[in-house]
Design a protein. Structure first.
Length: 358
C-alpha cells in the first residue's frame, strides 16, 4: 500500500467543523461522512484509539462526531488504507458497512423509508446519492426476473477501492433489508476484489453466495422484490423529503463534469457510453453536451478514457480477472486494442501494471 499523502490545512480557519457543516451542496470528490462515521467504533472494537489514525489520514477526529460533516473522498480511501494496516483485517470495510443502517444514508435513507415500494426506494437512492456522495455511484438494472444493484467508485486514483466497495454493498444490503423486511437476502453477491483467505465474514453478512474477482460490485436479487410495499411509508413526509433533497442539488457548471463521470462509471461496463447515449440520458443534444464540456475545458473522449483507465486500474490491482475479460468489459473487441490504450494511459502494459514490473 502507498504511504498516505496528507492534505494541506488552512490554519486561518478558526472552526473547520462549522465550515464543514455549513456546506449544503457537495463539491465533486467529497462525501458526507454518513457510513464512514462507523470507522470510529470499528477501530475501537479492535482496541485501537481512532483519533491518531484519523489524524495521520489528514482529518480532524472531531469531524466524526456528526455524520453530516463533509470530507474528501480521497481522504476516506487513505483512512481505510491505514485502518487495514493497523488492524491487519483484510475485510475492515465490510465491518464498517455492517455497522451502518439505512439512517446512515441521511436524507436519502429517510426518503427510502418513506418510498411507496422497494423499487421506488432503490431508485431514490440511485437518483439522489450524489447529494451525499460525490466519489461513488450506484445503479439499478432489471434483467427479466433478476435485479442488479451495483456500486462503483469513480473518483480517480482513490485508495482502498475494495474496502469502500465492500462497505458500500454491506450497507446497501442493510438498507434493502430495512425496506423489504428483515428476512430479505440477495441471491448472490459479486465483488471486484481478490478472494480473501477467509470469505466467511462476507457470507455471514450477506447470507448468500459471494463471488470474488468480478468486474463490478453487485447485489443480485429477485426483481419481484422491487414490487414490495414499504411498510410504514408516509406520503406526506416523502413529499417533504423530496423537496428538501431537490433543493440541495446543484445545477451549476461546477458539478456538470462530475455528473458525466458518474454516468460513465455506470454505463462503461455495459458498453452504453457513446456521447450520443450519454447526451440522451441527460435529455440534451450531442452538440450541447460537447459545448458544455468544452466550456469546462474538457472533451468527452478525455473523460471517457479517464474512467476507462480508472476501471482498468481497479480491476488489475484488486482482482485476478483475465485481461481479455477486462478488455471486453471496457468495450474493446480485442485484448490487443485494450493493451495499446492502457499503454497510452499509463506508459506500461496491463500485465506490467498488475505485476508491478517496470
Amino acid at each position: 500500500m502507498k504511504d498516505p499523502v496528507l492534505p494541506s490545512t488552512n490554519a486561518s480557519d478558526p472552526n473547520p467543523i462549522a465550515t464543514q457543516r455549513s456546506a449544503r451542496t457537495l463539491l465533486p470528490g467529497h462525501i458526507h461522512l454518513g457510513v464512514a462515521k462507523e470507522i470510529v467504533p470499528t477501530l475501537s472494537a479492535f482496541g485501537i484509539d481512532p483519533d491518531p489514525v484519523i489524524r495521520v489520514a489528514g482529518l480532524d477526529p472531531r469531524l466524526f462526531e456528526d455524520g453530516a460533516n463533509i470530507i474528501p473522498h480521497a481522504a476516506l480511501g487513505r483512512l481505510l488504507t491505514l485502518c487495514v494496516a493497523r488492524t491487519h483485517c483484510p475485510h475492515f470495510g465490510l465491518l464498517v458497512g455492517q455497522r451502518a443502517t439505512i439512517l446512515s444514508l441521511g436524507l436519502v435513507g429517510r426518503l427510502m423509508q418513506h418510498s411507496e415500494t422497494v423499487g421506488d426506494a432503490l431508485n431514490a437512492l440511485v437518483s439522489n446519492l450524489s447529494i451525499q456522495n460525490r466519489g461513488s455511484v450506484p445503479s439499478l438494472t432489471i434483467c427479466g426476473e433478476t435485479a442488479l444493484f451495483t456500486f462503483s467508485v469513480y473518483q480517480p486514483e482513490t485508495e482502498s477501492v475494495d474496502q469502500i466497495t465492500d462497505g458500500s454493498l454491506a450497507v446497501a444490503a442493510n438498507a434493502i433489508g430495512a425496506v423489504c423486511g428483515g428476512e430479505w437476502r440477495p441471491m448472490e453477491v459479486l465483488l471486484p476484489r481478490a478472494a480473501p483467505k477467509d470469505p466467511e465474514p462476507f457470507r455471514r453478512h450477506f447470507r448468500a453466495p459471494v463471488r470474488f474477482n468480478q468486474e463490478v460490485a453487485t447485489l443480485v436479487f429477485a426483481s419481484g422484490d422491487l414490487e414490495r410495499k414499504v411498510v410504514g411509508a408516509d406520503p406526506l413526509l416523502r413529499a417533504v423529503l423530496e423537496e428538501r433533497i431537490n433543493a440541495m442539488k446543484d445545477p451549476s457548471a461546477s458539478t456538470f463534469v462530475d455528473d458525466i463521470r458518474r454516468l460513465l462509471r455506470t454505463q462503461l461496463t455495459s458498453n452504453r457510453c457513446s456521447a450520443e447515449e450519454i447526451a440522451s440520458l441527460l435529455t440534451m443534444h450531442r452538440r450541447t453536451l460537447s459545448r458544455r464540456l468544452k466550456g469546462n475545458g474538457i472533451r468527452y473522449r478525455t473523460l471517457n478514457n479517464e474512467i476507462r483507465f480508472e476501471i482498468a486500474r481497479q480491476l488489475l490491482e484488486d482482482t485476478k480477472v483475465p485481461l481479455a475479460e477486462i478488455a471486453a468489459a471496457l468495450g474493446y473487441s480485442e485484448a490487443s486494442a485494450f493493451t495499446r490504450a492502457f499503454r497510452r494511459w499509463s506508459g506500461q502494459s496491463p500485465l506490467a501494471w498488475r505485476t508491478g514490473l517496470p
